[in-house]
Design a protein around this ligand. Sequence first.
Ligand code: GDD
Ligand code: MN
Length: 394
Amino acid sequence: STTDLAQASEAAIRAVSPQAKPLELAVVLPTYNERKNIATMIERLDKALAGIAWEAIYVDDNSPDGTSDEARRLSLVDPRVRCIQRIGRRGLASAAIEGMCSTAAPVVAVMDADHQHDPALLPGMLAAITSGEYDLAYASRFAEGASTEAWGRPDRVKASGLANRIANKVTGVELTDPMSGFFMLRTQTLRADAHRLSGVGFKILLDILATVDTPLRVKEFPLNFAARAEGESKLDQTVVFEFLVGLYDKWLGRIIPTRFALFGTVGAMGVVVQLAVLWVMLHIVFGERFVYGNWSESTTFNISNTIAALVAMTFNFVLNNELTYSDKRLRGFAPLMRGWAQFALTCSLGLLTNIGSAAVLKTIGVHDVLAVITGVLLASVFNFALSSKFVWGK
Ligand code: GDD
Ligand code: MN
């Protein structure tokens, strides 16, 4: 009967963990190359969260420095430490989402693992949530009483200020620091909407605020943003780019998927590169000798255009590898060479699609320009599908 089952499962729970105090809080710590910061962070959490039943969840993207190994080393003796090791994936936001979805704790926090966020704020944040007065607590670098002096990055402070103003417009919520990576909420709030989060880039808090339907009651905690303890920042080069991609994703991502939009933008830049290289070849390399030796004008043109197309294609490959597929980036000589060759093959097939479809459309009486544009669009979709699967697919 049902009561028997209930009793049996309670007995089973007691058998697993006879005296356990139910978990109250999970702290998710996304990591990439943070090995030296793990043990010290657990020590600080232990101090800050005395009397609270907590767990720490490291979500590590298979860092080459052995961060996962280090987390598991601690986990062996302290089961409050957990580690999710992701293989072949990169990204702060998606790591945070996966970590938050993986806990049984009713309340979950996300914070940086590099000691820039002070764990001493956690109990206050937890109290704000459990009181039922607030749905979200977060630490702000720009609230009254906060400071960023120790950060030592006036450039980033400025960029953050601008990003914040845009972000506040998008979400309609007035926060002093919507880019903060240090926040806490009921796990249920997150889980209800997790499938709608984009998981792109690093602006996870912004994403949550912009995604949930019912406005969240937010409590702000001033943060003294510390200097990084060990290692270096991973967001420096991509911070602005990812922010823009994130905004696009929220506004238009559902109509034209973000990755395809990136692929298309890179492709359009490739056209400009090809035209520029062609111009340089014809006017500077061949220049006066526009008709080289006994070559005809069309020969120099064809040679120039072939070189221009190869340069443009290589440019597209590099940019797609850095930006469009940054989470699946090919690294090292051999993978890059193989990827380039596969990309070249994809583009050649794409070119056939391009020319072929335009030819068919023209024979059935479609206007030239429309036929060409349709060919280009079909080829883009074709190239995108093929390179997603074969060049950057796993
Ligand atoms: N799993 C995973 N995957 N973790 C990552 C990745 C990734 O691709 N990239 C960075 N992290 C982890 C880092 O190891 C660190 O624990 C945390 O995310 C923050 O990364 P940092 O590289 O230290 O970022 P930051 O200090 O430059 O950026 C700060 O400001 C941003 C907004 O301006 C952080 O507070 C961010 O959280 C914040 O969004
Ligand atoms: Mn940092």
